[in-house]
Design a protein around this ligand. Structure first.
Ligand code: ZN
Length: 325
């Protein structure tokens, strides 16, 4: 647990607000060019991963799902390289924050605007600007600065969409038990985040309270959907009923979280995309085995985990094939 040889976290120091504000309006990416034109194979892989079977995205004359906007312009593991992209100012801003001790990063939110559908053959170019750098903010993760970039995506010079992306560059809090001083030792353990319950998903949480995993079923076309949404993605009907999931499923995909650390979570832990026997997929914790032993295709069985007095969550116990459910 406590590692006396671990180097202390770098101390964070305040940066001059006017120095940070000087980055606002500077380019974050210049004359970027998408690696590939909009193309049906990428559209198909995306739709398979998302479980989106909308007919507009397949067939002889498909359009790309609007939410793919960023996927077309991502650099991949090797970055954009010679095809343009990331500008000096953005790297200098991140370097400045790193050297001041704000070494951790977490993406906080994203807003997109779509001006027209993208179709196979569209060649995309993009430019991005550092829109805002916030003053120092104190968050549950630690103190830091929010950096917002706005990317404009064009085809043949015409704007087709904008992508606004916000990160928090922050100074990670030392873990309880680590050498760094702080109030952590006698601080109550932070709680897991509470779900946001609204009129669209209240039925789901009522099911969880009753020990049931409920899936929405469209009352018009019988399509099952998860997560809970106000309308049917297939036919648009707002009418629905709920069916109880059997609780059987398989690991469709997963990640093992190591970093960054979040309050109330103890890495490493496995987060799975579980395909339920009913066909819909949901994201939840995978329990019952070492995170490093989780594999795609393993059987996953629903359980309800009482996280604390006020929070119960559906999670999945993974079972090696051949084990009795
Ligand atoms: Zn429907």
């Amino acid at each position: 647990m406590s590692d006396p040889t671990a180097p202390p976290l770098p101390p964070s120091r305040p940066l001059r607000p006017e120095g940070l504000a000087g980055f606002e309006g500077r380019p974050a990416a210049v004359s970027g060019r998408a690696r590939d034109p909009v193309n049906p194979p990428m559209i198909r892989h995306w739709c398979e991963a998302m479980g989106d079977r909308h007919p507009a995205y397949s067939g002889p004359d498909p359009v790309a799902p609007p939410t793919m906007l960023q996927a077309w312009i991502m650099g991949g593991l090797s970055g954009h390289g010679p095809r343009g992209g990331r500008a000096d100012a953005y790297d200098r801003l991140l370097g400045l924050l790193d050297r001041a001790g704000y070494t951790a990063v977490v993406a906080t939110d994203c807003e997109q605007e779509y001006l027209r559908p993208l179709r196979p053959g569209d060649e995309l170019t993009f430019d991005a600007v550092i829109e805002t750098v916030s003053p120092l903010k104190h968050t549950r993760l630690g103190a830091g600065h929010f950096v917002t970039t706005r990317t404009e995506i064009r085809t043949a010079g015409a704007l087709v969409g904008t992508h606004r992306f916000r990160i928090l560059k922050y100074a990670p809090r030392p873990k309880p038990g680590k050498a760094a001083p702080g109030p952590a030792a006698d601080e109550p353990r932070p709680q897991r985040p509470r779900p946001v319950i609204n009129r669209d998903n209240a039925g789901f949480w009522e099911g969880v309270a009753a020990g049931q995993l409920l899936i929405q079923r469209c009352a018009a076309c019988a399509e099952l959907r998860f997560p809970w949404l106000p309308g049917c993605g297939r036919c648009g009907s707002p009418e629905w009923t709920a069916v109880r999931a059997s609780g059987a499923g398989r690991v469709f995909s997963y990640v093992v979280m190591h970093h960054p650390p979040f309050p109330a979570f103890d890495p490493p832990y496995a987060v799975g995309l579980v395909e339920l026997a009913e066909g819909v997929r949901m994201i939840s914790n995978l329990i019952g085995t070492e995170p490093g032993r989780v594999r795609i295709g393993m059987r996953a069985e629903l359980e309800f985990l009482q996280v604390d007095a006020g929070l119960r969550l559906p999670v999945f116990r993974v079972l090696p094939d051949g084990a009795d459910a």
